[in-house]
Design a protein around this ligand. Sequence first.
Ligand SMILES: [Zn+2]
Length: 436
Amino acid sequence: MLLPQRIDGAFRTCFHGASRVSIPSPQARQYYHRCFSSDYIPGPHDASFDLITATWTIIASCPIQWQFQHIKGHQDDDPTRELDHWAILNIAMDLRAKAAWEKFHQQGCPTQARIYGEPWPLVIGPQKVCQDLRQQVIDHIHGTTARQWWARRNHFPESHLSGIDWDACGCALKSSTRGQCHWVVKHNSRFCAVGHNMARRHQWPQSNCPRCNSDNETNTHVLLCPEMTATTTWLTAIQRLEQWMLSQKTEPGICSVICNNLLAWRSHTEPARTTSYFCGLAGALQAQTTIGWKALLAGLIAIEWSGVQDAYYQWVGNRHSGRRWAAALIKKLWDVSWDVWEHRNGFIHTTSTNTIASQAITRALRQEHALGIHSLPHQDQHLFRITLETLLQSKFEVQQAWLSNVKAARARSQRRDHATYRRERQFLRNWLQGPS
Ligand SMILES: [Zn+2]
């Protein structure tokens, strides 16, 4: 059986006699569970599923009863430690595996080889598919088309597609909720319910922006809307992004470059020049400028960013990884767009509520003015000295107060009429009915 080199220390079994196998690392313990546990059926969703299935098949057909013992790996890192028999065997196997790995590389042997007992292999290009089979097949069929579509949508050349950190983008999506994923894709593919789409779907009579009333609200306009509170929301969101980057020990030059360029993109101005010359920063800036800053907000970040951040982490002795940082950065960039979108939706809701209330009070004002001073006593007729036009142009609170006063005056008048003419009405009724 050929043990693939790609596991590289995760699984180095030490056979002792014919009945014991040592499992030297946590990854190998998981591997052991998948290979030897009777309640686990390996499948193409497993990492290294070819290796697992092959081992599972061999173990199932083996007449030997297997027992397992866990041995801590890398015990020789501590020179003062006393090593037992199992530790010595494990170290010896580790050295042999490394030597075999070097030999294979020097001889240019293929690192992906057929394994006895594995299911039929799937090879895409030069690479054998060993994990996440379904996703890799989907990506192979649709990936190129989808990436070209994003390039066209964001107006950057297809030659720059390979410069986008698709892995970080995938990690960010995987760690997001299903609802967040739906929104990110809908918003960035321009299928959100913006004015342009609502008018096209005949759900709005016009496509105007609900905030600034300019023509044809698109998803780009949602981010660029010049309305005052929209600008405040944008600035707050960028400030939050910067605070998050600082909290993650981001290279200061990256913080200023990203925030300055996003602010400049929205205000259509030149970005402030950065004073940082950290290794690789200028290349990352140039790559992102070519891809676009709106594309950055969509999560299409240049692949150079994670490299610069990784180098910075190493430089300051931080053990965090630039790759993880890049995935988290993408999620924070989506948050910027989300904050602006939420503000826009809140604006629509508030405006529509006000519009309904405003229409109702306008109707009531017109009705009261049509009734006029009829039935009102002399002392309340001053309420109608104000013209209808002036009232309609007054503040909402003034209109409400006027309406309340007029209704109260009419109610008073009705009560007074009822009390004042009761005896006269009775007299008239008696007279009309005649003597009984
Ligand atoms: Zn607008």
